[in-house]
Design a binder for this molecule. Structure first.
Ligand SMILES: [Zn+2]
Length: 265
């Protein structure tokens, strides 16, 4: 092979690599379960640009903060799936640590925060009794901190997220899917191959629907929308419990597949 031809081939290969590499934004997900209700908080970042986002901040997220520091990540967004206390307790501290991170949640969640403060009115009496124990002498201080959360400290988001809105994280696109049923303004967030599902879809279950502004019909409709919107191999990262994937849930999530719920469109 002549020297010039070989050089051209090498240059060609390099340019293919360069083009390929320039498109190879890779999402990396790190999780940390936080607080007495073990809320999964996630850090998602683009390995190429190192732009990062947090998803829910249920308390101190020291492991995720260490990851940001160690990898030199640039925290661009703090997405909240919904504003129940166990998902936002650590938001004021996260805002202080990452003042550059834009806080994002839906307008419905902002409007319903006042209702969330009045949890005693909605929870079943037995649960209220258990919660009150946490607030009494010798109670669980972590649970008490959740139950007495002052929602004024959560405040307004920097961005009201709307259904279908798309955010850029380096080369990644993060899409928002409004998914009511657990709460009125629950938002799931996705990037290809990944779905952060909040308390809408869990492994083998769906979120409870007996809280403020929840509804059984709405949540089944929302989960079916997720099934229709994402490929089976999409990994699902829920707000509580282990991760799963869309294909597994389609087959075996009996709360959605086996129970007949009439959907009014
Ligand atoms: Zn919730």
């Amino acid at each position: 092979m002549k020297g010039k031809t070989r050089l051209l081939i090498v240059l060609g290969a390099l340019s293919i690599c360069f083009i390929g590499c320039s498109r190879s934004s890779q999402p990396v997900v790190v999780s940390q379960a936080v607080g007495p209700i073990k809320v999964n908080c996630y850090l998602l970042y683009d390995a190429k640009s190192r732009e990062a986002a947090l998803f829910d901040v249920g308390g101190p997220i020291d492991e995720l903060v260490s990851e940001v520091n160690e990898k030199g990540l640039k925290l661009k967004y703090i997405f909240i799936t919904h504003c129940h206390c166990d998902h936002v307790l650590g938001l004021p501290a996260a805002r202080e640590r990452f003042p550059e991170g834009k806080v994002c949640f839906s307008r419905e969640e902002y409007e319903d925060m006042g209702l969330y403060e009045r949890w005693e009115e909605k929870l079943p009496p037995q649960e209220v009794a258990e919660m009150k124990k946490a607030l009494g002498p010798g109670g669980d201080p972590e649970l008490a901190a959740l139950l007495t959360l002052d929602y004024d400290r959560i405040g307004k988001p920097d961005i009201f997220v709307a259904d279908g809105q798309v955010f850029k994280l380096g080369g990644l696109k993060i899409g928002a899917v409004l998914s009511p049923g657990h709460s009125r303004g629950s938002m799931c967030y996705s990037t290809p191959g990944i779905l952060i599902s909040g308390d809408v879809l869990f492994a083998g279950q769906v979120g409870r629907t007996d809280l403020m502004e929840g509804g059984r019909e709405a949540i089944v409709k929302s989960v079916r929308n997720l099934y229709a919107s994402f490929p089976d191999e999409t990994k699902v990262y829920p707000g509580h419990g282990p991760s799963t994937d869309i294909g597994t849930e389609k087959k075996s999530n009996e709360e959605v597949t086996a129970i007949s719920v009439t959907i009014k469109n």
